[in-house]
Write a protein that binds this ligand. Structure first.
Ligand code: AR6
Length: 173
């Protein structure tokens, strides 16, 4: 099962997968980090779709996920999820981060997505400690993948070396 999980170092906007996941904020109106990179590379269609989603259902709460097309990206879809802001660890940050991975995968499955790439959600601007975030990400996706036979490939796209090393050392342990 873990054979379906790959750890790579790079830019998520360049990945040839059915869906990439965005580490967004509750407004879904873009931002810095991976969110900025996805909207820049994907073009204005993604933001337009985000606007329509917010008009329909309001802001996206932390831990939940919504889906848009991929605009100009190689990926067909962008799944926008909102990670927790790290606040010392007593505000259910771990559970919310786990929900991001679980809800993104479940939303992907309802759109016939067979390959998906995740960034290291919450480990940038939102300051979630990287080692704990890597444990939560890997544990959650391994668990969800046991129930999602349709998902053929799951990539963790690590932008920084710390995350790449953390994920690589944990994947097979
Ligand atoms: N490809 C893959 N990963 C990337 C890329 C990229 N092009 N660029 C950055 N990362 P962050 P957060 C990594 O800050 O902590 C935004 O303003 C980065 O090294 O993007 O969830 C949103 O709008 C880090 O490991 O997201 C929110 O307001 C990881 O992506 C807020 O930041 C996540 O860092 C969300 O904060």
């Amino acid at each position: 099962m873990t054979a379906r999980i790959e750890i790579i170092r790079g830019d998520i906007t360049q990945q040839n997968v059915d869906a990439i996941v965005n580490a967004a904020n509750t407004s879904l109106m873009g931002g810095s980090g991976v969110d900025g990179a996805i909207h820049r590379a994907g073009g204005p269609a993604i933001l337009e779709e985000c606007r329509a989603i917010v008009a329909r259902q309001g802001k996206c709460p932390a831990g939940e996920a919504v889906i848009t097309t991929g605009g100009l990206l190689p990926a067909r879809f962008v799944i926008h999820t909102v990670g927790p802001v790290w606040n010392g660890g007593k505000k259910k940050e771990a559970m919310v981060l786990s929900n991001c991975y679980r809800n993104s995968l479940q939303l992907a499955a309802t759109h016939a997505v067979n390959s998906i790439a995740f960034p290291n959600i919450s480990t940038g601007v939102y300051r979630f400690p990287k080692p704990e975030a890597a444990d939560i990400a890997l544990t959650t996706v391994k668990e969800v993948l046991t129930q999602l036979e349709s998902m053929e490939r799951l990539l963790f796209v690590c932008f920084d070396e710390d995350n790449y090393n953390l994920y690589s050392s944990r994947l097979n342990s």
